[in-house]
Design a protein around this ligand. Structure first.
Ligand SMILES: NC(=O)c1ccc[n+]([C@@H]2O[C@H](COP(=O)([O-])OP(=O)(O)OC[C@H]3O[C@@H](n4cnc5c(N)ncnc54)[C@H](OP(=O)(O)O)[C@@H]3O)[C@@H](O)[C@H]2O)c1
Length: 344
């Protein structure tokens, strides 16, 4: 495993982070018709990840483990599962990130980035995780009802209280991030260390606006959905017949929004060409997608830490092998040409 600095801070994290938005599902559903999480397989995945050197784990107060947008009844499940698994490890060997913003209760202050909600949710997250501090506390998405300075002052206080080591943002427009960072500087408050944004070979919007912001402020980019939720592994393409396919119990099999987001002609053509490059290099599509991202970070001069998801130990091992794949400039150019050909 390689370790990198978390943005401008001194803390070191594994070059790849393990995410917990989607955990392995059981075939059994709960009383609300939601797939239950396979806790034992989750335990094996986390254990293997830590054995292979991962020290950085990302979760969120709202995550359930098999739902794309969890409701407040299912929220908190991933943090609770993680807590039980992490009991077996020295807390100081790990860097744990969680998030706040989405709805955790039905009442008016059951969501958001107000002082009231954040102060409540940090206590709840620590309880669910069984920790006395989190390393990275991230605001999950914008809250248009709360002034930025209120959120920032509250987060700053959590750092001073030792409940949180670093703070980060996720899913805010670039101009909001700049505003937060300028407010932090003007009022001598804790600045963000990280931005957590969607980024992968086929979804690269942040290259236009947020990567320049990250570079300007020395923030690390935590790239979520680095495999486009599994699409970049090639598992959804029947390469022989050049059509889409959906394996049983894969994420696209039970998360309908995923099919709408990814299953289009442009992606199909791009994936077929991407697969050909991986085949020629003798690596899996997942390995090429992650190795591309790490090399792209180097080329752009910014720290990019992919947050991967895995529903089996085999997937995890396949993905982590990407750390041993070196992509030449020629291959990067070829991948860039494929991308550009379908993106004008
Ligand atoms: N801040 C935010 O708003 C936000 C939003 C989304 C995610 N995130 C973070 O980012 C993390 C990663 O997101 P993600 O799970 O969508 O990432 P991803 O790495 O793009 O996709 C992971 C999924 O791809 C499939 N997969 C992975 N490796 C595979 C392999 N080698 N072969 C075949 N299939 C493979 C699995 O899906 P199957 O289920 O089909 O097996 C796995 O669950 C989350 O856990 C969360 O921590 C943050």
């Amino acid at each position: 495993m390689r370790y990198v600095k978390l943005g401008w801070s001194g803390v070191k994290v594994s070059q790849i982070c393990l995410g917990t938005w989607h955990l392995p599902p059981l075939r059994e559903k709960d009383e609300y018709g939601v797939y239950k999480v396979d806790v034992e397989e989750t335990r094996r995945i986390v254990k293997r990840a830590i054995d292979l050197g991962i020290n950085f784990i990302d979760t969120a107060n709202v995550y359930h483990g098999t739902m794309s947008g969890p409701d407040y009844i299912h929220a908190g499940n991933a943090e609770r599962i993680l807590s039980d698994i992490l009991k077996g490890y020295d807390r100081e060997s790990l860097v744990i990130a969680t998030k706040v913003r989405w709805r955790m209760a039905p009442w008016p202050n059951g969501e958001g980035l107000s002082r009231k909600h954040i102060r409540w949710q940090i206590k709840e997250s620590l309880k669910r995780l069984g920790l006395d501090y989190v390393d990275l506390y991230q605001i999950h998405a914008p809250d248009p009802d709360t002034p930025k300075i209120e959120t920032l002052r509250t987060l700053n206080q959590l750092v001073e209280q030792g409940l949180v080591n670093y703070i980060g943002e996720s899913n805010h427009p670039a101009h909001d991030i700049v505003e937060f960072m300028e407010l932090a500087e003007r009022h001598n408050l804790e600045p963000f260390t990280t931005m957590q944004e969607p980024y992968n070979y086929i979804e690269r919007q942040i290259e236009r606006d947020k990567i320049p912001v990250a570079k300007r402020y020395g923030m690390a980019i935590l790239a979520y959905i680095p495999l486009a939720q599994g699409v970049l592994t090639g598992k959804y393409v029947d390469f022989e017949n050049k059509t889409w396919r959906i394996p049983e119990m894969s994420r696209a099999d039970y998360i309908e929004g995923m099919r709408r987001r990814y299953f289009n002609d442009r992606n199909l053509k791009m994936l077929i060409e991407f697969h050909e490059v991986a085949r020629e290099l003798g690596v899996s599509d997942a390995q090429l997608a992650l190795a591309w991202m790490l090399k792209r970070g180097e080329d752009l001069g910014v720290t990019i830490i992919p947050i991967i998801g895995a529903t089996s130990v085999k997937q995890l091992e396949d993905d982590l092998e990407s750390l041993n794949v070196n992509i030449s400039g020629d291959v990067m150019k070829r991948l860039e040409d494929i991308y550009k050909n379908y993106t004008q």
